[in-house]
Design a protein around this ligand. Sequence first.
Ligand SMILES: CC(=O)SCCNC(=O)CCNC(=O)[C@H](O)C(C)(C)COP(=O)(O)OP(=O)(O)OC[C@H]1O[C@@H](n2cnc3c(N)ncnc32)[C@H](O)[C@@H]1OP(=O)(O)O
Ligand SMILES: CC(C)C(=O)C(=O)O
Length: 513
Amino acid sequence: MRVIDIFDTTLRDGEQSAGINLNTAEKIEIARQLERFGATIIESGFPASSPGDFDAVQRIAGIVKNSIITGLARSVKSDIDRAWEALKGAEQPHIHIFLATSPIHMEHKLMKTPDQVVEIAVESVKYARKFFPLVQWSAEDASRSDPEFLAFIIKKVIEAGATTINLPDTVGYATPSEYGALFRYMKENVTGIEKVKLSAHCHDDLGMATANTLAAIENGADQVEGTINGIGERAGNVALEEIAVALHIRKQIYGVNTGVNLKEIKRTSQLVSQLTGSLIQPNKAIVGKNAFAHEAGIHQDGMLKNPLTYEIITPELIGDASTELVLGKHSGRHAFKDRAIKMGFELNDEKLNKAFAEFKKLADSKKEILEADLFVLLTDQQINEKHIPVYELDSVQVQYGTDSIPIATVSARQPNGELISQSAAGAGAVEAIFNTLERIVAGKVHILDYRVTSIGKGRDALGEAVINLSYNGDTVTGRDVAQDVLEASAKAYLNAVNRQLVKSNQKVEVEAG
Ligand SMILES: CC(=O)SCCNC(=O)CCNC(=O)[C@H](O)C(C)(C)COP(=O)(O)OP(=O)(O)OC[C@H]1O[C@@H](n2cnc3c(N)ncnc32)[C@H](O)[C@@H]1OP(=O)(O)O
Ligand SMILES: CC(C)C(=O)C(=O)O
């Protein structure tokens, strides 16, 4: 099978992202991981650009042995000399020289005529070949260059000794059919092109970097350049993890191999994200937090019946943890039941349906339902099997101010079905609620202990209240959760009273029976 070389430029073009700045130690750590990932070539910096880049390229060239290390250089002798200084200790010294070939770049940036550009390109490649066995030459802005001129200059640099020719879509302007055609054109019109490797380098300005890179492969590219997580100048470079996985999953279409160790993808992605501080969007293909998370009930049902229904890539393939069925407002009964069973609950259909209805209510107000939330919902269904009438909270209102006495008004349905409202004051909002509830429930209540904790993470975490009280002389514990701790406290209070009611009722039944 045809082999495609993976040229990783996370440490050079990736570092060109606005806001990213890696020190040498961080670059070495990423380079080591890129070696494990299986990059054929690692572009570890631009040695002439700064002492820091020089140091990183030199150090990485001395450390990494299983990937070829390269450095970028303009078509000027001083850049090439600096690159040689940095790279002469590498196993296979490789340099990456570039020069723009599009009319706009030649005229307005380089301020050179096309003839001068050809001469500079040829001279720089010849000069580099005095030192480097491997010389990659890039026609910057190739996709906006005149194909005839491009074919001419490429022929000249091949004659000068270039070993790889790169055709960058520098500003992410090409469409897949145009970019593919550019590769075909060079293959068909440049004498000597078969002696060199042909490389693709795509930017994502129009969101077409992955499609363009794959089009280049379909049209004869031997090497693809990109970065981990797609970081890079402006909208970034093509994300190498996307290319590697696309070529693997659709091998029947592309018929090529890369040396990428797919299992290292997740780790590499996380390392790059951590050290660059560049966060990965949750829906990013392959490595996003949601790439293997299924939330919709119909999808979750399909996944439980056969994962192939909705999963074309397994998380294991890229070294990720397992698929996640996230329980949220779009989830259905199958996924809910599956999770309840995995958590050790054995609920009959009726209880499960009740818990599911509670879950749906909760999911409306909470982004993600955590296991702790489910635990509370499901345990609630394990009490009061016989449907003994109990108290039900209807509403809670509290008037609270730092300069006034808190007053609570609570409405609750009594076991006989009657809805009653009461008000009472207290030293604090919670005490006011408890004092009001004491007026509602028939019987003597004495609070022994009370705690509130948050369940879950973030500002939308649920509040859990646990209350230990004596009701008519019996000690009982109640707990409940709600979005608000005051509501949770009121519910926990009634939950304790209700448990005592259920307990004593069952006892009466046993004694009577
Ligand atoms: C498409 C790409 O990603 S190309 C790589 C881009 N990466 C970077 O630019 C990051 C590192 N760059 C740097 O640190 C600095 O730009 C340096 C050290 C390389 C140069 O800095 P300076 O000497 O101050 O020049 P500056 O960056 O302002 O301008 C670039 C000069 O290089 C010239 N130049 C641009 N590309 C090339 C090239 N491939 N070959 C020769 N000269 C070039 C420009 O025409 C300009 O020349 P001028 O000074 O005669 O007008
Ligand atoms: C130096 C070249 C290859 C580059 O980064 C680009 O054209 O985007």
